[in-house]
Write a protein that binds this ligand. Structure first.
Ligand SMILES: C[S@@+](CC[C@H](N)C(=O)[O-])C[C@H]1O[C@@H](n2cnc3c(N)ncnc32)[C@H](O)[C@@H]1O
Length: 235
């Protein structure tokens, strides 16, 4: 099983010898890869959609992995038991949906040790949730696939503090680890914000003026992060 670079980067965060739940597995590629490469002992592959799960069932049969991958239909963590898995993957969904899945059943959530999360959007909201709910972000990685950026977050339970609100937007670990895509990613974000500013520049409502100032502040902060990483470049 050869994974795409996004899925490979997610799989690379999985500690060995774990029991993994892949929530919203869809195609089932990660569960198959983790078993074939003896990274996980067992995987529970779940999805809310019967159609999605059929793809996983088909793949598992084809690869003869039925003894190692358990397939379950259902919403979020509701289909796993407390302490049944030590690692959870929730990837390819919006950050708010990932947050809601984690928050819906806190008892189960708190029985899991490793969290590998890949929000497609709203990663800032997800990071805020993690910081506010006694998680520590231990690792982050950026991937660019088909011209789109993806952020992968590895977290464990344990209180931590955000030193600057900009780290909700740009994961601090990306800066500390000098992620190779970080400068390009920040420049991309600045371009997106500049585009928003252009769109609302001539609007006179209070709401758009407030948004304009907010976006202007975001760009200023992002430029500060850029300057910081430029300064650290040769360190
Ligand atoms: C875009 S796919 C991502 C598939 C895979 N995780 C990946 O990263 O490539 C999102 C999947 O999440 C499933 N999903 C959405 N909400 C869910 C929930 N609350 N619980 C379980 N699965 C969910 C969808 O049915 C869909 O198959």
């Amino acid at each position: 099983m050869k994974l795409s670079s996004r899925l490979q980067a997610i799989a690379d965060f999985i500690p060995s010898n774990t029991i993994v739940a892949d929530i919203g597995t869809d195609h089932g590629y990660i569960p198959a890869y983790l078993i074939q490469n003896k990274i996980a002992k067992r995987v529970i592959a779940t999805d809310l959609s019967e159609n999605s799960l059929q793809k996983t069932i088909h793949l598992i049969k084809e690869l003869d992995l039925e003894n190692y991958i358990d397939v379950r239909l259902g919403d979020g963590l509701e289909v796993i038991k407390p302490f049944e898995v030590d690692t959870v993957i929730i990837s390819g969904m919006g950050g708010l949906l990932i947050r809601d899945i984690l928050d819906k059943d806190r008892h189960k959530r708190d029985s899991i040790t490793h969290f590998i999360l890949q929000p497609n959007i709203a990663s800032d909201e997800l990071r805020k949730y993690l910081y506010d709910n006694s998680f520590t972000i231990l690792g982050e990685k950026l991937i660019k696939e088909d011209g789109k950026f993806y952020e992968i977050i590895y977290a464990k339970k344990g209180k931590s503090y955000v030193k600057d609100p900009i780290y909700y937007e740009i994961g601090e670990k990306l800066i500390l680890n000098k992620d190779p895509l970080l400068r390009e990613y920040i420049n991309h974000k600045i371009d997106v914000f500049k585009h928003i500013m252009q769109e609302i520049r001539d609007k006179t409502t209070e709401k758009s003026r407030a948004r304009y100032e907010e976006v202007e502040g975001e760009i200023k902060k992002l430029k500060e992060v850029l300057a910081k990483i430029e300064g650290n470049r040769d360190n």
